[in-house]
Each structure stands twice: as structure tokens, then as C-alpha cells.
Ligand binder design. Structure first.
Ligand code: TYD
Length: 136
């Protein structure tokens, strides 16, 4: 459910020369990272990622700028505003998620547990709610 979505706080090494954050898979990420992708140059008002994944889990990071992640499990909805380069949003499998309200120069950096596979996507919301009902 959307209540399984959680915010992971990565280490932040503050430094007058500029801050530094790092991720160690085994310490900070609840799955094995198979792929990293990022979304950038998003025109004002555009939305990305209106879908769920059957198997894939993700950690979404606002590496630069900010955006909202809308999460939906078919029953409850939640919006998480991401605007810190040291926060990661863990999204378990089968959560509907959409990214919206991107700021100028926002970069959504996504760690994923699977390689790209179009068959893992559920892109139709009606099909998503049907699948969720079958699973419960
Ligand atoms: P998609 O995940 O549908 O974007 P959105 O975030 O808007 O849902 O991906 C858009 C296109 O990019 C799609 O045709 C597949 C391709 N793609 C890859 O080839 N590899 C990837 O790792 C990703 C994330 C997308």
C-alpha cells in the first residue's frame, strides 16, 4: 500500500566547499540496483511516469530541483514533495506513481531493481485497480 512507501535519508557530508552525499547499495537500498535512469529537461507542467510496475522496485531522488510524486494503491493516495538531494523515496512494486510539478532544472534520478522491461509496466489505471482487487 502507499503506506509502504518510505523516505530514505542518505548521508550528507556538509562542507563549506560544497556538500557531498553517497549511496551504498547494501547500506541504503532495499534491493539490488540493476539500472539507473534519470529524467530531466522536463517542460513546465509536464507529468511523467503515470504507471505501476508489477515487479520493479525503485528509489526516486530529486538530485536537483524539486517535483512531486503522486502515489496511489487503488484505495489511498499520497503526494510526496521531493526537494533534497540526500532523500530517496522507496516505492515498492505495484504502487501507481506519477511525477509532476517539476521545477526548472529538476533532475529525477531513479535507482531501479530491474532492467527495462515494457511487460513489467501497468500503464492503464483501470487495469491497475483490477489487478489490485485480484491481489487482495
Ligand atoms: P517511461 O518509463 O514510459 O517514461 P515515464 O517516466 O514517462 O513513464 O519511458 C519512456 C520511454 O523510454 C519508453 O518508451 C521506454 C524508454 N525507456 C527505456 O528504454 N529504458 C529505460 O530504462 C526507461 C526508464 C525508459
Amino acid at each position: 500500500s502507499v503506506y509502504d512507501v518510505s523516505l530514505i535519508k542518505f548521508p550528507k557530508i556538509r562542507d563549506p566547499r560544497g556538500n557531498l552525499t553517497f549511496i551504498e547499495q547494501e547500506r541504503h537500498i532495499p534491493f539490488k540496483i540493476s539500472r539507473v535512469y534519470w529524467i530531466y529537461d522536463v517542460p513546465g507542467g509536464e507529468k511523467r511516469g503515470g504507471h505501476a510496475f508489477r515487479e520493479q522496485e525503485e528509489v526516486i531522488i530529486a538530485l536537483s530541483g524539486s517535483f512531486d510524486v503522486l502515489l496511489d494503491d487503488g484505495k489511498a493516495q499520497k503526494i510526496v514533495h521531493l526537494n533534497r538531494a540526500y532523500h530517496g523515496l522507496f516505492v515498492p512494486k505495484m504502487i501507481w506513481r506519477r511525477m509532476q510539478n517539476f521545477s526548472t532544472n529538476a533532475v529525477a534520478y531513479v535507482l531501479a531493481s530491474c532492467q527495462y522491461d515494457e511487460n513489467d509496466y501497468v500503464r492503464d489505471y483501470a487495469q491497475y485497480t483490477r489487478l489490485m482487487q485480484e491481489m487482495s
